[in-house]
Design a binder for this molecule. Structure first.
Ligand SMILES: Cc1cc2nc3c(=O)[nH]c(=O)nc-3n(C[C@H](O)[C@H](O)[C@H](O)COP(=O)(O)OP(=O)(O)OC[C@H]3O[C@@H](n4cnc5c(N)ncnc54)[C@H](O)[C@@H]3O)c2cc1C
Length: 374
């Protein structure tokens, strides 16, 4: 029977991307930190595996170096709806496609280098004021960070589960050994599902099908996309399909006392935004700063600021989901305004302020949405 006691400044439940990024950011501020996770690295998860430019920038600030063999750059996003297509490039920056396991491995290596104490194979079973239990092992700490994902148990224990009604969808992911046919991430819109294609290696793509149905696997979704099915003809998947919930969840609060939530545990955006990881990394920096200043109200304010735009983008994208006419109009309008699409992407990925899009441009886009024939 084990009942040894550990002492630390910050304890983090969950060693996924959010937990590890928070651990590294806290070490950069000189505090002691322990991370625990029931899984063993490298941890896999259903994900589109696209890092938007601001996520790439956050990783650099955390000192995380991604090897060129592990990740592949992409230039922007392309929306495809039947015969229509619109694409927007990232202004002066790039995103990265990277297998989830490669990203996790690199984050773990950086965490170890930064002297984050990682306890793999250990689940948090209880929290109390200033202490955390991993089965029989007790950890004394000043701060508790819940980075235990979408369905966070710690969030419930801390009484932070309240929020706006959530929008739930489902995503299934698989990899295929085939050279990417473009250096854009493609978002293909079907009648009741979408497929996102991300280049993740020079000879490999990641496909994710998202829909409102937990039964809509990639194989069924592909029936709506003959062009992608044709590209994958004679190519077998190299991974099993892996599913996860893609939810738009906005919580009222992200901290109580000395407990704070980060990453998907602190609320999430729809996976079509490609923003979950970028959000987690920016929140990690903000939380580490607030802890170093002994003031979690700063984190609450920063979290609202960080999440506002991606939440808005989630609502916009979800509005297109079941409105085929609006979707066609939007794609036609964006195809006719590639510079504006770039500015919208730039605002979405934090390259510049949404204010720089300009009222006149928004008005022009609005007119096109109303006037374009569907
Ligand atoms: C279908 C889909 C596609 C997506 N595509 C993209 C994309 O292309 N780009 C992007 O940026 N984002 C994408 N996302 C979002 C992204 O995957 C998440 O935002 C990201 O995984 C959040 O990381 P996290 O560390 O908060 O949570 P997780 O990755 O879920 O990690 C949580 C960790 O907590 C651990 N844990 C659970 N319970 C306990 C406990 N009691 N004690 C200790 N540890 C515990 C788990 O084992 C897990 O390792 C996608 C999401 C989905 C569903």
């Amino acid at each position: 029977m084990r009942s040894d006691i550990l002492d630390t400044d910050v304890f983090i439940a969950g060693g996924g991307p959010a937990g590890l990024a928070t651990g590294i950011a806290i070490r950069q501020r000189g505090l002691r930190v322990v991370v625990a996770d029931p899984a063993q690295p490298p941890i896999d998860k259903a994900c589109g595996e696209g890092l938007m430019p601001n996520a790439v920038a956050s990783l650099k600030e955390l000192g995380v170096k991604l090897c060129s063999g592990d990740a592949i750059p992409f230039r922007g996003i392309r929306f495809i709806n039947e015969e229509l297509a619109a694409e927007g490039a990232f202004a002066g920056s790039y995103g990265l496609g990277i297998r989830r396991t490669s990203l996790h491995k690199t984050l773990v290596e950086r965490a170890v280098e930064a002297e984050v104490q990682c306890l793999w194979g250990e689940r948090v079973t209880r929290i109390a004021r200033g202490e955390v239990w991993l089965g029989l092992r007790r950890v004394r700490c000043r701060w508790i960070v819940a980075a235990d994902g979408q369905n966070s148990q710690l969030r419930k224990w801390a009484g932070l589960d309240r929020g706006r009604p959530q929008e739930t969808r489902y995503g299934f992911r698989q990899h295929f050994r085939v050279a990417p046919c473009t250096d854009f991430v493609e978002v293909h819109w079907g009648s009741n599902c979408q497929i996102v294609v991300t280049p993740v290696r020079p000879d490999e793509v990641c496909l994710v099908a998202t829909s409102r149905s937990p039964r809509m696997r990639l194989k069924e979704a592909l029936l709506q996309f003959p062009e992608i099915a044709q590209r994958l003809r004679a190519v077998s998947p190299i991974t099993k399909d892996l599913g996860a919930i893609s939810a738009l969840r906005v919580l009222h609060r992200v901290y109580r006392g000395h407990v704070a939530l980060v990453g998907d545990a602190s609320g999430s955006v729809d996976s079509l935004t490609g923003e979950g990881l970028g959000l987690a990394f920016r929140q990690a920096e903000a939380l580490a700063e607030a802890i170093a200043c002994d003031d979690l109200t700063r984190y609450q304010a920063a979290h609202r600021r960080i999440n506002r735009l991606p939440e808005m983008m989630s609502r916009l994208l979800l509005a297109l989901e079941n409105r085929p006419r609006l979707r066609r109009r939007a794609i036609v309008a964006l195809a006719k305004e590639p510079r504006l699409f770039e500015r919208l992407l730039g605002a979405h990925t934090g390259a510049f302020s949404p204010l720089t899009i300009g009222f006149a441009n928004i008005l022009r886009l609005g007119r096109r949405l109303i006037a374009e024939p569907s």
